[in-house]
Every structure is written in C-alpha cells, then in structure tokens.
Design a protein around this ligand. Structure first.
Ligand code: SAM
Length: 309
C-alpha cells in the first residue's frame, strides 16, 4: 500500500506561511507531503526532496512529476542536507519537513525484512547501498552490547534475556538469518505471547533504529536544518516514538530561549543560537478520525520551530 501521509493538513498549514520560496522535504517517501507543500505554496515555490531509499525516491519522483522543474529530487541521507541544498544553489529554506522513521512501503515489502509477520532475510536497511544488515549486526554484537541496543532503542524490559538467548543460539551454530527465526527466538525468550502486541515488536524496532543509525542521523540533522532556514522559516518534525520525540523536544527547547535583562541594563539572549521560537508548546497529534483511517498515525507527534531574525 502506498504510504498515507500523516498529519498532512496540520503540517502543511504550519509550514507554508507565505507563497513562494524554497522548501525541503528531507524524508520524501511516496511524496505525499512534498506534493501538498508545493501545491499550497503556489507557483513560485520550489522544493528539494531527499530520501536515502532509492525505491522511495522513484515513488516521490512519480508523485512530483506534475510540478515539473519546481521539484528537485536527490538520493541522500538527510545528514547531508546542507551539501544537497548547496548543489541546488539554495541559501535558505522557508520550510523544512522531517517525517521520521519507515514508510508503509518499507514495512509492507516483506523482502526488506522490517516485519516479523512474513519470512524474509533479516535486512532492515533503508539504503541498500549500506553494508550492515540486521543479521550482520546480530553476529557482530556481544550479548551485552545487544542487550544495550534493545534497551536503548526498543525500551525492551527483557533485553538481557533476549540477548542471552540470541548469543547462545549463534554459539550453537543455529541460524539467526530471517525475520521469523528472530521473532520465534524472542517469543521463546520472553516466555510466549501476552496481549495483542507481538513480543518481538520492541526488538524489531531497536534493530531497525540501530541498523539505520536513526537517532545519530536525527541528532546531526536537527542543527543542520535550523542553520538552513531563512529568518522566519520553519522546521516541522513528525516523530513516531518517544526516543525521537524527546530528542526533537530537547533540541527545540534549547533554541527557544528568551531575553534576559542584565543588571547593567540591556538584555541578552539566553538560549542556544540561532534564535528560534516554538510554534506551539504542545506537540500536534492526529485526530481520532485520522487514527481510525490510518492506524499507523497513532503515535505521531508533530513539533514546529521557527527561526527568528
Ligand atoms: C515516514 S516516511 C515519509 C513519508 C512521506 N512524508 C510521504 O508523504 O510519503 C519516512 C521516509 O524517510 C526516509 N528516511 C528515514 N531516515 C532517513 C535519513 N536519515 N535520510 C533520508 N531519508 C530518510 C525513509 O527511507 C522513508 O522513505
């Protein structure tokens, strides 16, 4: 199924504040947000769309075709957004969007190994030019390091038990090469199924985040994005789990700051530079209607920061 853009109207209405200008969609996916941004910003607006996944970029290219030369696409990690902008000759964006995580296409294409529902090689790479796969990561990590990955990126309470079971299986020469082999191992290690959520959900999330270096990429990209905004320009970030949202919130709060009065007169900015203001203090979340239509939007949180002059 083609990815259904999350919080679409809420994002576009906060990013497009005037006609024209350059926009950056750092996570193009199937191009849903990118098309809506260009349509809303009018005929003088242009957009640079990035994605590290070549197949996603093909879909985005098809979606953006009606906009002709107003859309420029490049396969790149968003950590390289400054270089991509320079190649287009853009010195400042009016709006930048980062819609984090994986797309429905990536989750649904069984062969990519993101899902435990179907048998496939344990791959999980968003960018297939990268060498490290999830199967390789499992072979490389010691049980202690694997437990840390599961705890840190999956908030998995039974991380130690799962990591020990994986280490023991590999030491016995048992294969841990496919999604269903890993899912079965996690289920056994956790003592079976309870409730509706599959016991391997957190393990799969943790491995995906580690394989793709998702949090490191976000940490590097947030300051790069703020630097690339023109004065008054806005950065919108949609996150899907608490680790990402925490990082986004802390980044935005640090740049928000305020003016502090000085004893000797005058005032001084007390936040991290460049100066910015949060467009709202609370994150925007999907309506009940959106969650009903698109259950994958359930955990989405949108935060918006505006660069000040
Ligand atoms: C949630 S989807 C975006 C969906 C898109 N907004 C739409 O309307 O179709 C996230 C996309 O970001 C891409 N992505 C994730 N991390 C990335 C990174 N560090 N650099 C570039 N693209 C990334 C993924 O490959 C995926 O296609």
């Amino acid at each position: 199924m083609l990815h259904v853009p999350v919080l679409l109207e809420e994002t576009v209405s906060r990013l497009v504040t005037a006609p024209g200008g350059w926009y950056l969609d750092a996570t193009a996916g199937a191009g849903g947000h990118a098309s809506a941004l260009l349509a809303a910003a009018g005929l003088d607006a242009r957009l640079l769309a990035l994605d590290r996944d070549g197949r996603a970029l093909d879909l985005a290219r098809a979606a953006l075709e009606p906009f002709g030369g107003r859309a420029v696409l490049e396969r790149a990690n968003f950590t390289e957004m400054a270089a991509a902008a320079a190649r287009c000759g853009v010195t400042g964006f009016r709006g930048i969007l980062m819609d984090l995580g994986v797309s429905s296409m990536q989750l649904d294409e069984a062969a990519r190994g993101f899902s435990f529902r179907e048998e496939a090689p344990l791959d999980m790479r968003m960018d297939d030019r990268q060498e490290l796969t999830a199967a390789e990561l499992l072979r490389r990590l010691s049980p202690e390091d694997l437990a840390q990955v599961l705890r840190r990126y999956g908030e998995e309470p039974m991380a130690k038990r799962i990591a020990k079971a994986a280490g023991a299986a590999l030491a016995r020469g048992e294969p841990l090469e496919t999604t269903t082999q890993l899912a079965a191992l996690v289920e056994r290690a956790k003592g079976g199924r309870r409730g509706r959520i599959h016991p391997a959900t957190q393990t799969f999330q943790a491995l995906r985040i580690a394989v793709n270096g998702e949090l490191e990429a976000l940490e590097r990209a947030l300051p790069a994005a703020l630097d690339l905004l023109e004065p008054g320009g806005r950065l919108a970030v949609i996150s899907f789990h608490s680790l990402e949202d925490r990082m986004v919130k802390q980044f935005m709060t640090a740049h928000e700051g305020r003016m502090e009065s000085l004893a000797r007169g005058g005032a001084r900015w007390s936040g991290t530079l460049p100066r910015a203001r949060r467009v709202a203090r609370k994150p925007v979340t999907p309506s009940e209607e959106e969650v009903r239509r698109n259950p994958r939007s359930r955990t989405a949180k949108l935060r918006v920061l505006e660069r000040m002059a």
